[in-house]
Design a protein around this ligand. Structure first.
Ligand SMILES: [Zn+2]
Length: 238
């Protein structure tokens, strides 16, 4: 059917209005709210885990939240009330706030090549949990981790050797596998998962403050693995 010129003009106008309306809606939907003391107080460790799982699902499906960061900066200027704490690798492809689709003031994040822990990180996490009210600690490894591969190969490079030595207990703890080096992706992944579990154990063993908070249920501790090829975070069930 042929359209009359007037009809075409009408359709074009409607399309323009739709576009204008759509852009207004996107702007109006920008999230400006932030975590507050009241909101944080009502987040349980289980709820915090659900919030991270939901956020990662939004991220993976391409439906990430449109945050107004500057509005959030202004709203968090007087205080922070994050609900979760994440220990992740230095790897440039893993940004906890982004992969969990969270905004400014939502998460405490510590990052070090190989996502292991030490007393400085544990002290920081004690601050995050005991003083700042965070309800969940996530130790998150990732697939194809260069630091883990370096540890698997016993790489010797300056101070990096010292850093990688912190991953050695995981290399030793993984039994079997041949060859036991970075050319064996199954071995590398097994070491990555063991490294997360040993880091969780170190956290509980070294920090009396965090262990007590875990035992009383004030906070929870969970391991996770980030897949660099999909963006999906898989939380350990045990
Ligand atoms: Zn890594």
């Amino acid at each position: 059917m042929r359209l009359l010129k007037a009809q075409i003009t009408k359709l074009a106008l409607a399309g323009t209005l739709t576009l204008l309306f759509a852009s207004t809606v996107v702007w109006a939907n920008q999230v400006t709210s932030v975590m507050t003391s009241d909101v944080q107080a009502n987040v349980t460790p289980a709820k915090a885990l659900t919030m991270l799982k939901d956020g990662n699902a939004r991220f993976v499906s391409g439906n990430a939240t449109d945050y107004d960061y500057i509005a959030q900066v202004k709203q968090t200027a007087k205080g922070q009330f994050p609900f979760a704490t994440v220990l992740s690798c230095l790897d440039s492809r893993i940004l906890p706030e982004i992969v969990f689709d969270r905004g400014i003031g939502d998460l405490f994040v510590a990052r070090v090549a190989g996502n292991f822990t030490n007393d400085d990180i544990l002290g920081s996490f004690e601050f995050a949990s005991k003083l700042a009210g965070s309800k969940l600690i996530v130790v998150m490894g990732h697939t194809e981790c260069g630091a883990v591969k370096g540890a698997c190969d016993a790489a010797q490079i300056g101070l990096l050797s010292t850093t990688l030595a912190s991953i050695n207990p995981a290399v030793t703890a993984v039994e079997g596998h041949n060859p036991r080096n970075s050319t064996n992706s199954g071995f590398v992944q097994a070491v990555s998962e063991m490294n997360v579990r040993l880091t969780m154990k170190t956290l509980r063993d070294r920090s009396v403050v965090l262990r007590q908070m875990i035992e009383t249920g004030e906070i929870a501790l969970v391991g996770a693995m980030y897949d660099i090829s999909t963006g999906k975070v898989t939380f350990f069930e045990d």
